[in-house]
Design a protein around this ligand. Structure first.
Ligand code: HMG
Ligand code: MG
Length: 304
């Protein structure tokens, strides 16, 4: 597999949205700058959502403005409705992401409406984004399982992915929100969804609760998928997805890709430094196996 893969870094958004320890605007900006310096150029930096739903993402406008001088980055932010769109646009967003779910119960818990209502809610957002020349990504959550409904059929994912694609999203990110997927199910899902959205426009957004995310990504790559969402240090989670752990770690993805012959352009030493910096602030060790291995190696070398 010697071609290219696009890494879409979600650490500053998905990674921090469920953390108990608040991270200041200055520290969120420093984290994003460290990720850019490490060679990650497509980064989700915040969310224009209700502060009652996700207090951690308050001041995303300040974060977005604070990184806008970095011309080496493409920054995306989550937007659930027109109110969020107006705020994101005013803050200078060039890319937004709308987010739906393949499970009715999760849709209700996460954005307080049915799946059909969410698609309707996105319509005026899409119209305004098109007029303003803003790119829109679309997420589908619970593609391989739901915390409330359990098994989710691929057909349910296909319907929502098609609806978002038909609305005009340039890419559809398939979220295994609770990290229950397996390589076989991931393959079957990608085959099904690529019947309505081109494989090149599908992203794999896998949380790693059951430790399968890398295997699922590899299976997805064998099917032809070429976009991977990941979070530095394996940060991440959603308050409306109880029991789920973080996203697949960017370090682990980079290590796997480079080991597969796929160049990422990411400087691993700088990436681990970015992870260590944010881990210290939130007061817990990284979930990334690669970051932990390299940190242990560094400590051993220092003790010699
Ligand atoms: P609602 O309560 O139905 O909204 O929430 P509402 O329109 O009735 O408004 C209620 C209050 O929220 C009002 O304020 C609004 O002004 C305010 P009040 O009058 O009570 O003071 N409000 C807003 N404030 C700021 N920005 C906004 C906004 N909209 C309304 N955009 C709503 C509906 C969608 C707003 C809410 O449920 C919400 O914000 N949900 C977001 C949940 C979220 O961010 N979840 C995590 C991200 S999704 C995820 O992690 C999955 C993903 O990673 C993929 C995967 O892993 O599967 C993407
Ligand atoms: Mg997620």
């Amino acid at each position: 597999m010697s071609d290219t893969v696009r890494i879409f870094e979600v650490g500053p958004r998905d990674g921090l949205q469920n953390e108990k320890t608040p991270v200041s605007v200055a520290d969120r900006i420093a984290f994003i700058e460290a990720l850019l310096d490490a060679g990650l150029h497509t980064i989700e930096v915040g969310a224009f959502v209700s502060p009652k739903a996700i207090p951690q993402m308050v001041n995303s406008d300040k974060v977005l403005r604070g990184v806008s001088h970095r011309k080496d980055g493409e920054f995306a932010v989550l937007v659930p409705n027109e109110k969020g769109y107006a705020a994101a646009h005013a803050a200078g967003a060039r890319e937004i992401a709308v987010f739906a779910a393949a499970s009715e119960s999760f849709s209700r818990a996460n954005i307080n409406c049915s799946i059909a209502e969410s698609i309707e809610r996105f319509m005026p957002v899409m119209t305004r984004a098109r007029a303003d020349g803003i790119k829109v990504r679309g997420y589908v959550s619970c593609v391989l399982g739901c915390p409330y409904e359990g098994e989710i059929k691929p057909e349910a994912v296909v319907d929502v992915a098609k609806a978002l694609w038909d609305l005009g999203c340039y890419e559809i990110s398939l979220g295994d929100t609770i990290g229950v997927g397996t390589p076989l199910k991931s393959r079957q899902l990608l085959r099904a969804v690529s019947g309505v959205v081109p494989m090149a426009s599908l992203a794999m957004h896998f949380h790693d609760t059951y430790g399968q995310a890398l295997a699922n990504l590899y299976a997805g790559m064998e099917e032809g998928a070429r976009v991977i969402d990941s979070a530095a240090g394996g940060l991440g989670g959603c308050p409306f997805a109880p029991g789920a752990t973080g996203n697949v770690a960017t370090e682990d993805v980079v290590y796997m890709l480079e080991g597969t012959g796929i160049k990422t352009g990411v400087d691993m030493t700088k990436l681990v430094a970015a992870t260590n910096q944010i881990s210290k602030l939130i007061g817990r060790a990284p979930a990334s196996r690669v970051a932990n291995a390299l940190n242990a190696k560094g400590r051993a070398a220092n003790n010699q």
